[in-house]
Design a binder for this molecule. Sequence first.
Ligand code: FES
Length: 198
Amino acid sequence: MSNEQKVDCGRRRLVVTTAAVGGVGALTALVPFVSSMLPSERAKAAGAPVEVDISKLEPGQMMTVEWRGKPVWIINRTKDMLETLPKLDEAVSDPKSDKVQQPEYCKNETRSIKPELLVAVGICTHLGCSPSSKFKHGAEEGMGADWLGGFLCPCHGSTFDLAGRVFKNKPAPDNLVIPPHMYLSDTRLIIGKDEKGA
Ligand code: FES
């Protein structure tokens, strides 16, 4: 593994750790009186669901939360971003998401419950590095001219589209994993739990 690869994987661990520490600090500061109702750190590590406020997530933006020690991305895709997906069906290796990388309710064109909102585990299915977002087109992101936006895993060069589908002939074998999740309201999402109680 090259230095760059080590740095990137190390950065992922740092980001997760930082996010976890920051999240705990923010919750403590903002809602000190309900802290006993929140899952303990031990429960979270064991897989307790994580509730997320997505009210401030603007179109085109992405946020990251931690669930089961993993970064989970929530991306509010614009209409333009969504329009790129059908154009890439030929270029990605599992266009219909036939492999079990998502719950049944996300086995659709956008790999999501709501078309605009993608919820995906931000870990490359090759060796577990965290891909970088490259949402803009081609040259603006230093990518090829035909790049329509998605994610690049700098470790070994795997690329994913804006639904987390892996492109053909890349080291990563599978699409990014979509975790179980459900919406509690238009602005609240729970990750790690769905209608079936997963
Ligand atoms: S970890 Fe190897 S390409 Fe992502």
